[in-house]
Design a protein. Structure first.
Length: 249
């Protein structure tokens, strides 16, 4: 369904040139929404004609998908069969959630991100705009004999993002990999191996360049060799080359 602006209010446009044939609606409203790392005010008074009021009318959501009323699915997003969203999730415009993908509570999958099955996102995971979670380790369109590959000709492998992890805009996570707890993948990175808890990784291939705390701020090294979050004061200790653990303040 397309939309056009009337003289005084928005109307969903059925394609007819006769305004009387279009369905009226009750108005618009504004609310803040996170897009990537920028907050913007968007007109979101077009949830009508949806099967439920938390799924936009233009979204393509399978009947077998599980989406609680506290989660929102925005314009033109697709949520495939048997996908499960936790409480308080946000699926952005044009995003794709593959068959059977699992999201924990309070996850954000931003505009045009692609999360292919069998990905698993634990609680509080952020997937930035246009990020991709792949699922084909040896991609080919055809078999060695030239015949078109079918679902039985390959096995899907998934990306797992642990609690609090953030994957920056336009990053690509090459399955199978695990993104550790509260880790941060810099925008545009290509992740080809597991990311440790609290690590900041950037580049192609992605490499660790820093440590980050739960608040998302880079940690500061202290005189005693420990690491401190400048926002929360939480303390961390490095116990290996790529291992950081939380400790008492």
């Amino acid at each position: 369904m397309r939309w056009r602006r009337g003289v005084r209010r928005l109307r969903p446009w059925s394609g007819s040139t006769d305004p009387a044939s279009d369905v009226d609606w009750k108005g618009t409203w504004l609310a803040p929404r996170m897009i990537g790392f920028v907050t913007a005010d968007l007109n979101i008074g077009d949830w009508m004609n949806s099967r439920v009021d938390h799924i936009h009318a233009t979204a393509d959501v399978a009947e077998s998908a599980s989406i609680p009323s506290s989660s929102k699915v925005w314009h033109y997003a697709q949520v495939r069969e048997e996908a499960v969203l936790g409480e308080g999730c946000v699926i952005g415009r044009g995003a794709y959630i593959g068959t059977g993908v699992r999201l924990g509570d309070n996850c954000k999958v931003q505009n045009y991100a692609l999360v292919y099955e069998p990905a698993v996102l634990e609680d509080g995971v952020f997937v930035g705009p246009s990020a991709v979670f792949t699922n084909d380790q040896y991609p080919r369109a055809v078999n060695p004999d030239g015949s078109l590959k079918s679902a039985s000709d390959w096995s899907a492998v998934g990306v797992r993002a642990l609690t609090g992890a953030s994957i920056g805009a336009a990053s690509v996570c090459i399955a199978p990999v695990t993104i550790g707890r509260w880790a941060l993948v810099g925008s545009g990175s290509v992740v080809v191996k597991d990311v440790p808890d609290f690590a900041v990784v950037v580049g192609n291939p992605a490499r660790r360049v820093a440590w980050v705390g739960r608040a998302g701020r880079p940690l500061e090294r202290q005189a005693d060799g420990r690491w401190r979050c400048p926002e929360t004061g939480e303390m961390y200790e490095q116990t290996g080359v790529d291992t950081l653990i939380e400790v008492e303040k």
